[in-house]
Design a protein around this ligand. Structure first.
Ligand SMILES: [Zn+2]
Length: 101
């Protein structure tokens, strides 16, 4: 079977697994208006595996004072990690894609 389904609108990247399923990358959106992406989600469509990487990282100073923590917005880093996970999972996952309704 070689039919290809159209990508859902919110899918930013898609990896084909060795089993023929896909690992889809999407942004997790906040409930704010307008919605803001706060994490990148890599989800396998063939098995329950999924990996979520937050776009926000908290850095702690070496001094250990709570007031010195800094929250950075790093969506690119989260994307890169999610893509790495998706690629690694796609290379090993042998689950078959669920039949589409
Ligand atoms: Zn999988």
């Amino acid at each position: 079977m070689t039919t290809r389904t159209a990508w859902p609108e919110n899918v930013i990247a898609r990896y084909l697994t060795v089993g023929g399923a896909t690992v889809d990358l999407t942004y997790q959106l906040t409930v704010h208006n307008p919605p803001q992406p706060y994490a990148t989600l890599a989800k396998c469509m063939g098995c329950p595996a999924a990996e979520e990487r937050s776009h926000y990282r908290t850095y702690y100073s070496s001094g250990g004072f709570v007031s010195d923590t800094v929250e950075e917005h790093e969506p690119d880093a989260a994307d890169a990690q999610a893509r790495t996970w998706a690629q690694a999972h796609a290379a090993t996952c042998r689950a078959l894609p669920k039949p589409s309704a």
